[in-house]
Design a protein around this ligand. Sequence first.
Ligand code: FEO
Length: 392
Amino acid sequence: MTRIAEGVFWVGAIDWTLRDFHGYVTPHGTTYNAYLVLDEKKALIDTVRSSHFTELVARVKEVLDPGEIDYLVSSHVEPDHSGSLAQVLALCPKAQVVTVERHGEQGLQKYFHQKLPLMTVKEGSTLSLGKRSLSFIPIPLVHWPDNMMVFLSPDAVLFSTDCYGQHVATSTRFDDQSDMGLLMAEAAKYYANIIFPYPTQAARALEKTLALQPKVICPSHGVMWRGHLPQILEAYGRWTRGETRPRALVVYDTMWHSTEAMALAMVEGIAQEGVEVVLHNLGSSDLSHIVADLLEARALAVGSPILNNNLLPPVAAFLTYLKGLRPRGKIGAAFGSFGWGGATAVKAIKEDLALAGLEVMEDELAVRFSPTPEELQACRQLGQKLAQKIKG
Ligand code: FEO
């Protein structure tokens, strides 16, 4: 248990060994944050993943008997936060489950297949706990349809659900006790993988956060923000506005190193123009790490060979992931190699990049079998042209 303010506690769970969160690679593990607010009435904000139920209960019991809890607030239905809700309810016979009217009520019933003691709230609803109160701020689609922030007055503590989260497992609970380099990198990765498709909704959530002027922000994952609030809020400002810097990503996979040679020549051409460039081979870099690098990049070049008349599967998987994230406002370029089936990879990449919302360059580079020195020079030139577009 960690004290946040008088009568406000972190009682969540630490998942030190988690390395794969439904495909999102988590080298630093994660936490499932739950918070307890004590007043005349007692509220537990969120539960934890069902695997960590006993850890949650042990922390709650450091503060009070779970049977005293009056309200169990669900910040969204996602199972890593509501997964042990039914087990917790069994320990809190008088508790009502507070959820957002739109999508929350329906979502919880559908997940738990049982009648729950639900109390629905909406924008502007408040719940008095005695001397303090909770107000509810739905932020649909950041990241589930029922996401809801909760603000505790007069303490000015914001329980921010997915906003400002980071997948890190640490022995520290606050930003000012932690490695800020790691936190900001993981906050960026979280935004890129979880919130990227919803910049408008996230901008609205940021606006509401700024208006509330919280003293502490308590997200669903990772550490709480109190010492570096301007830093994380400014970062969310940049990310929701889609601000980029002169940086390109070259992402490829290869069978017999032809596409790889093209990718390396593209990198050379981009760097020759003085633009920062990052290279990822899909055989060794995971998707969640690549899109974190893409967040503030201005351009993305994707390369693939052909396998059985199709893109190499890791490239197709990357493009599928990208189409879901829709990173608008970036420049796209395509290149690749082929043997006897024609230059169909480049066409397919261009189509998918356009569907993902990128502004795709007309130029394309497709090489049969292995690139000649002249063809590699053409790759360098395409890299230079991409860099010039970035600078322009
Ligand atoms: Fe685990 Fe949507 O947050």
